[in-house]
Design a protein around this ligand. Sequence first.
Ligand code: MEV
Length: 312
Amino acid sequence: MSNLAAGAAPGKVILFGEHAVVYGRPAVAAALEHGLGASAEPDDEGPTLRIPGWGKSGMVVRLAAPNKAFDAIARAYAAALDAAELGRPPVCLTLDGELPLGVGLGSSAAFAVAILRALADFRGRPFSPAELLEAAATVETVFHGTPSGLDHTVVADGGCLRFQKDAEPAFTPVKLPAPVPLVVAWTLRQGSTRDVVAGLRARRDAHPAAYDRLFDLMAQTAEAGIAALEAGDHAALGALFDINHGLLNACGVSNLENERMVRVARDAGALGAKLTGAGMGGAVIAVVPERPARVVGALRDAGFSAFATRVG
Ligand code: MEV
């Protein structure tokens, strides 16, 4: 075991196909430049986990002294220690970075992969890629119940992937000629991913033909999006973001805040913008190859959090 060990993992954005992916259509997701880093050091009172940037004034989780408020984080940490076959060692992990919690930017997958990498470094034996995916799935399950695997696969892989449930292979790489310049903005979520997915299922059960046509259109948009990504065509990508956002709105998963964020981004010069992830608040992404500071500034002036980044 080393005295100081470290691991890192990026966040992710869904570029196309959220929600439709639940109904067997393709989705495309990419790793962000922004992410989380974890460092591990000896701590006699450990296992301890510190996350200074999350919660109202940071989180400190000690497995020996459970705090109900951070129960899911503690269970996920315990699952990571088990996956690393470390038992309950005298270790303190500190998780830092620029990824907000719970807005659809892959924070739970980045949490899983960053702490697993730091624990593997701490024990002096890395996970194989397959072991890392399996362990990350176990940790993510604590947060999500039934994760599709999209988040932690993109976060562990670091690239841009097409994903289709029940397809063989489920994941295929999307080859980008250059990183894609995005602005990401976010606000608080209204309800959990589980609630938003359940609400859409109820609406779809009431009007299956109409919703299935929307999902088919999202699938076409995702395939056209892959072509735009592989061609490095930012104008086409922006137009397809706008179309995908309109379809998500038609599905009822965009709230007033999502609509405001995409409108502010477009008015400030983005080539297109859409919500990303489950919606009902959370994050939006905009294609901004030029003057991203202007779009970030307009979003912050409108009261949202935002940063410029690149994916892939
Ligand atoms: C949430 O990030 C993405 C959804 O498509 C749900 C899922 O794929 O499980 C809304």
